[in-house]
Design a protein around this ligand. Sequence first.
Ligand code: SF4
Length: 456
Amino acid sequence: MYEFVVTPAITQLRRPGVSISEVSPESLAEELELAAGDRIVRVNGRIVRDYLDFRFQTAGETELELTVKKTNGETWELEIEREESEDFGLMFEQIVPRQCANECLFCFCKGNPVDARPSLFVRDEDIRLSFLYGNYTTLSSITKDEMNRIIEQRLSPQYVSIHATDLKTRAYLLGVDEKRADISENLKRLLENDIEIHAQVVLCPTINDGKQLEKTLRDLAAHYPKVVSTAVVPVALTRYNTDERLTRVTPEFCRRTISEVENLQKEFRTNLGATFAFLGDEIYIKGGVSIPSKKHYGNYPQIEDGVGMIRSFLNSFESLFRKVQDSKFRIQDSGFRIQDSLNGTILTGEMFAPILSEQIAKLNALIGSKLHVLAVPNTYFGGDVAVAGLLTGKDFLAVKDKIKGDFVIIPKHTIKSDEPIFLDGMSFDDLKAQYDVPIYPLDVQDLIKKVLAGEF
Ligand code: SF4
C-alpha cells in the first residue's frame, strides 16, 4: 500500500561518514584535496554521521584530525591547523530522514492518491530535521542515542506533535500502544536540559477537541517558557481519507473551537504574558472569523506551520499600501509609477482567494493595475484541501481558459524546491508549454517587490 515500509530503524543516523557534495574553489577543503564524493568518517577520532555532526565536532576547533574515505577507496588521515573562523568550503549531502513508526489516523500518506510521486509517501520522524527545518516529530520512537544527541549538540528547539496529553487519546491518534505513546519522561528530560519545545496539536473533531484540547493546552502551558508555543491545526482530509473514525472539520466546529480557545488565550496572556496557543489560519477562515491582530502572534513562533501566515501577508500588503500612498513613491518620483499596463492573473487556493482578492482590489485602485485573482479548486487531493501550497500542475492547467491578461502568477511553493515539478509529477516546463502567457512562480513578498519595481 505504501511505498516505504514503516520502520523505526535509524539506519541513516548510523551510516558512517558524511559525503561531500561540493568543494568551494580556493577553499581550505580544496587545498586539502578533498573532492565531491569523498566521505568524512571521523573528526578528532569521533564518528561523523551527517553534516550536523561534522559542524558540531569542528566548531571552534583550530587543530583537527580528519579521517576521509576517498572515492578511490583510499583512507586519508589529515592533520589540519586552521584560523579560528576559517571555513572549510564544504557542502554536504542532504540528510535522508529516518522514518516514523506510527500509524496516525490522519497521516497525510493515507490522503495521497495511489499514484502520487514516491516522495509524498516519506513519513519522516527525525530530530535533526526538526531542529533544522521545524519538521514535527512525535518522539514516540526516539532512541537513547537521539535523546543524548539533542542534548549534547543543543539541537534546540525541537518541534513535537503532542496531539493530546491524555495518554489513551494520544495512543489512539498515533495508532501505537500507550507505552510507545508515553513521552512524558523524554519531554521531562529535554525540558530539564533547557531544550525548547514548540508543540503541535492536529485537531480531530470528537477525538482531541473540547475538554481534551483544554487539558492538552493547560498541561503544555504549565511548562512555558520551555514549551514556547503550541500550534493547533485542523485535520485536513483529502477525498482519499476514508477512515470512518475521522470527522471532517466544519465552519461550526471552527467557530466553537475559536471561542473555547480564545478564553484560554486570554488566560495565558494574563498569566504567561504570551498567547502561547495559536490556532491555524484555516480555522479562522473556515469559521468566517477575522484573523487576529499582529500583537496576538507576537514573534510568530509557529509561522513555519502556517500559523499566522495570513496576518503576516496582510501586514505586508498594509505596508505596501503605505509605501504607495507615501508621496515619495508617487508618479513624479523615481521609486514607483502608475502600473496601468500591469494586467495579469494570480492563481491561488480556494481558501486564500477571497482574502487575496480584497487586497489586490485595493492595490488595483491605488496603482491602476488590472490584476485578477482566480481561486483554483484542488482536484488532485479533493476533500477539504483548499490551501494554495497543495495545488498541482493539473489544477493550474484546468483553469487555463479562465486566465485574463498578459501573465499568470502561481504560488512559488507549489513547485518542489530542488526540482521544477509539481506535487502531481507534472514539470513546470510542461505547464509553461501549455500556457499562452508567461507563468511566474512567486510568493507574496516576491509579488510585492515585482509590483513596486514594475518588473512584469
Ligand atoms: S502523521 Fe507523521 S508521525 Fe503520523 S504516521 Fe504520518 S508521518 Fe508518521
